[in-house]
Write a protein that binds this ligand. Structure first.
Ligand SMILES: Cc1ncc(COP(=O)(O)O)c(C=O)c1O
Length: 369
C-alpha cells in the first residue's frame, strides 16, 4: 500500500469516498453478520431487498423526487440508455428532438436514429465550446421528447439550467454531474446517470422516469431495457448488479452525512472556481476553450498555450509527469481532444482541487522563469 496521498482527478470510473471504501472493506467477508459476502448474496433475499429499497428511498430523499417518478437501477451504462430512451419513449409520435452539445449527446442521437426520426435542434458543430444562441435552436412541433446531456464530460460543457421545452418531456443524461446539484423535477420526463463518476462503481445506471411516460415501449424493445417491466418488478426482473447497488447505497449515505446536495453543489462551485481562477491568474498560459457561461463545474478540460504544437505537447507532458510525481493522477485529457482534464466529482475534496490549482500556478511560474 502506497504511503503517498493520491489525488485522483480521473473522469471515470472515478474516486469514491474513502469512508465508503473502508466500510465496504470492513464488511466484505461477512455482511452484517450473515456469514457471507454481499457478493455471494441472492438478489431475491431480504438482505438485498433492503438494500434495493433503501437506496431508492435515499435517492428520493436526497433529490426530493416526486412520487410520480419511478426510480430504476439498470445495467448497460449510459450507452445502454442511448438505446433505452428512444426504445421506451419515442413511440408516441415516432420523433424526438436532440440537443447535441458534445460527443455523448451526439452518440445518443445517432443511436436514436435507429428507432425513430431524430431532429437535431442545434446547427451541426465539430467543436463543442458551449451553447449556441437561443435563436438558432429549432425544436420540432411533434417530438415525443427533447433530449440533452446536462454535462458533456469530454468537452466540459454544462448547461447552467435545463432547456425550456414548453411541455414536451425533457430527457437528460446526467452521467457526469448527477447528485452535484439539486434538480427541479417539474422540468423533466426522465433522467439517467451511470454510477461510475459521482455515485458509485460502474455497473449500475440510475433511471428516474415519470410514470405517465411508461407503457409506450416500441415492440422491439428488449425486456431488460423496458422501463415498464423494470418498474413493475422493482428493478428485480433479472439479476441486478448487486455489488454496485450496495456501494451506491453507501455513497448516498455519505452524501447525506456531508450535508446533501446543497453541500455537494457548494463544493462543486468552490472546486471548479479554484481551477478556473488558476487559469485566469496564469494570464493565458492555461486556456479552456469553453464559453464562460457553459463551463462545467465537474469536468474541466484545458490546454497549455505554446508557440508551436510540439512545444505544447512537451509542456503538457511535463505538466502531467510532474503532477503524477505529486500524486495527482488521471489528468490526461480525453483522447479525442488531448490536453489536460480535471474531473472534480463529489468524492474529490475541496482541498484536492486547491492543491491542483496551486500546482498549476507553480508550474506556470516555473515555465515562465
Ligand atoms: C455524459 C456521459 N454519458 C454517457 C457516457 C457513457 O457511459 P458508459 O460508458 O457507462 O456507457 C459517459 C461516459 O463517460 C458520459 O460521460
Amino acid at each position: 500500500m502506497t504511503e503517498k496521498k493520491i489525488l485522483n482527478f480521473g473522469a471515470g470510473p472515478a474516486k469514491l469516498p474513502q469512508e465508503v471504501l473502508k466500510q465496504v472493506q470492513g464488511e466484505l467477508l461477512d455482511y452484517h453478520g450473515e456469514g457471507i459476502s454481499i457478493l455471494e448474496t441472492s438478489h431475491r433475499s431480504k438482505v438485498y431487498s433492503n438494500i434495493n429499497d433503501g437506496a431508492q428511498r435515499k435517492i428520493r430523499d436526497l433529490l426530493s423526487i416526486p412520487e410520480n417518478f419511478k426510480i430504476l437501477f439498470l445495467q448497460g451504462g449510459g450507452t445502454g440508455q442511448f438505446a433505452s430512451i428512444p426504445l421506451n419513449l419515442i413511440g408516441k409520435t415516432g420523433k424526438a428532438d436532440y440537443i447535441v452539445t458534445g460527443n455523448w449527446s451526439r452518440l445518443a442521437a445517432k443511436e436514436a436514429e435507429q428507432y425513430g426520426q431524430v431532429n437535431y435542434v442545434l446547427p451541426e458543430s465539430k467543436r463543442f465550446v458551449g451553447h449556441p444562441p437561443r435563436d438558432q435552436w429549432k425544436f420540432s412541433p411533434d417530438a415525443s421528447y427533447v433530449y440533452y446531456c446536462d454535462n458533456e464530460t469530454v468537452y466540459g460543457v454544462e448547461f447552467p439550467e435545463p432547456p425550456e421545452t414548453k411541455g414536451v418531456p425533457l430527457v437528460a443524461d446526467m452521467s457526469s454531474n448527477f447528485l452535484t446539484r439539486p434538480i427541479d423535477f417539474t422540468k423533466f420526463g426522465a433522467i439517467f446517470a451511470g454510477a461510475q463518476k459521482n455515485i458509485g462503481p460502474a455497473g449500475v445506471t440510475v433511471v428516474i422516469v415519470r410514470e405517465d411516460l411508461l407503457g409506450n415501449a416500441l415492440p422491439v424493445c428488449p425486456t431488460v431495457l423496458n422501463y415498464s417491466i423494470m418498474a413493475r418488478d422493482n428493478s428485480l426482473h433479472n439479476t441486478p448488479p448487486v455489488f454496485s447497488v450496495y456501494v451506491m447505497d453507501l455513497v448516498f449515505d455519505w452524501i447525506k452525512r456531508q450535508g446533501g446536495l446543497k453541500e455537494m453543489h457548494q463544493r462543486s462551485k468552490i472546486k471548479s472556481e479554484a481551477i478556473y481562477n488558476a487559469m485566469i491568474a496564469s494570464k493565458g498560459f492555461y486556456s479552456c476553450p469553453v464559453q464562460s457561461e457553459s463551463r462545467s463545474r465537474i469536468n474541466i478540460p484545458f490546454r497549455i498555450e505554446a508557440s508551436t504544437p510540439e512545444k505544447q505537447t512537451e509542456l503538457e507532458e511535463k505538466f502531467l509527469a510532474q503532477a503524477q510525481v505529486k500524486g495527482m493522477i488521471q489528468l490526461k485529457g480525453h483522447r479525442s481532444v488531448g490536453g489536460i482534464r480535471a474531473s472534480l466529482y463529489n468524492a474529490v475534496g475541496v482541498e484536492d482541487a486547491q492543491a491542483l490549482a496551486d500546482f498549476m500556478l507553480n508550474f506556470y511560474k516555473e515555465a515562465n522563469n
